[in-house]
Unconditional design. Sequence first.
Length: 218
Amino acid sequence: MKQHRLRPRTLIAAHLLVAALACMAPIAAHAGAQIEEALAPSVASGLSRAIADNPAPSNYTERADVRGWVAQMSPKLASRFPDGAARVEFLATVHYEATRAGLDPQLVLGVIHHESNFRKYAISSADARGYMQVMPFWVRLIGTPDQNLFQLRTNLRYGCTILRHYLDVENGDLYRALGRYNGSLGQPEYPTAVMAAMKRYQSIASVAAVQTSDVLAH
């Protein structure tokens, strides 16, 4: 039986067409779907206050602890944010919003790494959006229609507030809280992946704290 082979020019054109279609596709993410649950009025009110716009002080990056952390994390994100000013703004926002929510900034970086791979406009198949892959229903539950989940501070503020909420619901159990955040409660894959990603961004200070605690424990 005679086989028909594509001519070189036809084959090249086909590859170019596939590449062009790939570039036109939306930036996808692999986030799960957080489950929308009814919130008690007091809880909804508290979360609404937590996501109220309260930007970091203008001199926030001048604080010694923040400046040191940003300096340590900056080389790790140089390929994600080639522009130095944008990288500093991103890291300072992560540190501020994580600290404001009572979260470890390395944990937040781990979530962002796994959820969106640091893509600002990432959208999952479940319609989760932005760096921390926040589900739009949260805007309806605790926010206002004018809030844009693709805006850096808004996305991180929502993401950190929601993760803090799930930690409170799970009495500090990080694995279960992460499962809720991803919509995969009870499955180990997501929490394990986030914790592994978190280690990529472990700071010198956090390593020293762990080593000190190990010494004291013995």
